[in-house]
Design a protein around this ligand. Structure first.
Ligand code: BG6
Length: 475
């Protein structure tokens, strides 16, 4: 069997008829903070200083500008923005729900009707254009109160509060929303515990991170159980930040290391898909004397709370070497040495379209579950000079990645859809910079929050519209 066979049969259109073409955004990066209490993402200054500032207790600086407090004003502009997505022909659109709009400090007894009404309107607006709403229950933005009082998901109490939040969303929206995912990039906690609301780090950081991971697994599983209990007509999945790990060379030590590094990521999907802790991780805990506090029924919860599908974000692959003298740096998710065959963006993310096909094949082989590409995109600096942005590089990025998706479909992977991150410029999750632009639509704002916030189509807007219109025939 050779891979070229699967390259050759792609002249046929293999994108399924009901392929979920569209885009994805998050509440914290788009809506701005109007009418809600603060979330942890409101304390993301421009640059990469958030973790340092949190650890020093200086995160609420008077002088700093916090771009997520503005977002792109989606709270006010959602109708116009959705109209633009509809013009592109979106079949699906992924949003997340700001926890602090529904339960402002996370602990109230009763949900906030105004917050529910806002999302009801957003969902209705999407449905008006036959766009399938896809909801991420939590995309990093814990109410700051839960961070301050409980140290986020370090506390089991936050698991219960999350489940209450999720149940409220199901109760109100499950009749209209068919696709859910529990926690965005659940594995990011390994590299950035702040994304799980954890600002106080213990001496034994590794044990702490696995304890938090356990709470995230429970939160996700309990939400799945709650969802299934009501027999809602829909699917609930998990979301993994995925970077396939390559060995730097074919030295057996490098290959072995890449397998182990791959498991560091896939541990998070293993638990949520298989419903139990894999043996390799139990052995690791034993070896490292890592003691996870569990309640008696936790194993049963994980078993009952298995997900229906896997959603991934994909931005690049990562490469590892057993030679520790070769330096590594972080991409979106994990650390990587420089892969000499790949170009990288200004932010050092290595571009690898084939890596997307590799990812899809690996996940298919391991789980045999439908896969949703819930995020994929190119963040780049762009200048707007009152004329169309000719973003041929973005067209080339999506064209090359979608070609690989098509080949993965030809190979037999069950890909449910492709959601571009992000169809409209928004502040970066990692650095707060809106000038790291991803959109088919330009938003006139800079890193200091100056600008009209008006929207302008880029060249890629019509290109992506055509891709959707022809169901990928032009790919
Ligand atoms: C994913 C996140 O990690 O990557 C998104 O789910 C994020 O929220 C995206 O925006 C791109 O990362 P960044 O830092 O370039 O915005």
């Amino acid at each position: 069997m050779n891979a070229e066979v699967f390259d050759m049969i792609d002249n046929e259109n293999r994108f399924p008829e009901k392929f979920l073409w569209g885009g994805a955004i998050s509440s914290s990066q788009s809506e701005g903070n109007a009418n809600r209490e603060p979330s942890i993402y409101d304390f993301m200054p421009v640059g990469n200083k958030r973790t340092e500032w949190f650890l020093n207790g200086k995160y609420n600086s008077e002088e700093a500008f916090y771009p997520n407090r503005e977002g792109i004003h989606f709270y006010q502009t959602y109708k116009e923005d959705i109209q633009l997505f509809a013009k592109m022909g979106f079949k699906a659109f992924r949003i997340s729900i700001a926890w602090s709009r529904i339960y402002p400090n996370g602990e109230e007894e009763i949900p906030n009707p105004e917050g529910l009404a806002f999302y009801e309107d957003v969902i209705d607006e999407l449905l008006k254009y036959n766009i399938e709403p896809i909801i991420t229950i939590l995309h990093y933005d814990l109410p700051i109160h839960l961070v301050e009082k409980y140290n986020g998901f370090e506390s089991r109490k936050v698991v219960d509060l999350y489940v209450k939040f999720a149940s409220t969303l199901f109760e109100h929206f499950a009749s209209k929303v068919k696709y859910w995912m529990t926690i965005n990039e659940i594995n990011i906690v390994k590299y950035c515990p702040l994304d799980a609301g954890v600002k106080i780090l213990r001496k034994n950081k590794e044990e702490q991170i696995f304890q938090i991971s356990h709470h995230l697994f429970l939160a996700s599983a309990k939400a799945v159980i709650e969802y299934k209990k009501h027999h809602y007509d829909g699917k609930i999945g998990m979301m993994l930040g995925y970077e396939p790990i390559y060995p730097y060379t074919c030295l057996p030590e490098d290959v072995l290391m890449s397998e182990i590094r791959e498991n560091e990521i896939l541990f998070y999907s293993d638990v949520q898909i298989l419903g139990y802790y894999p043996q390799y991780m139990l052995n690791y805990f034993k070896e490292k004397k890592i003691n996870i506090k569990k309640s008696n029924d936790d194993d049963e919860i994980l078993k009952q709370g298995k997900v229906d599908y896997i959603a991934i974000s994909y931005y690049s692959s990562a490469t590892c070497s057993s030679d520790s003298s070769i330096s590594q740096k972080r991409g979106n998710i994990t650390y990587s040495v420089k892969n000499p065959y790949l170009k990288e963006t200004e932010w050092g993310w290595q571009l690898d379209p084939i890596g997307l096909r590799t990812s899809l094949i690996r996940l298919e082989n391991r789980y045999h579950l439908p896969i949703l590409i819930a995020e994929c995109g190119l963040g780049i600096k762009e200048e707007f000079k009152q004329e169309m942005i000719e973003d041929d590089y973005r067209i080339e990025f999506f064209d090359s990645h979608l070609k690989e998706v098509k080949k993965a479909l030809n190979y037999g992977v069950n890909v449910m859809g492709f959601l571009a991150w992000s169809p409209i410029d928004m502040p970066s999750a990692a650095t707060g910079e809106i000038e790291k632009r991803y959109g088919f639509i330009y938003v006139d704002a800079n890193n200091q929050g100056m600008g009209s916030y008006k929207r302008y189509k880029k060249k890629s807007f019509d290109w992506f519209k055509n891709v959707i219109e022809t169901n990928g025939k032009n790919i």
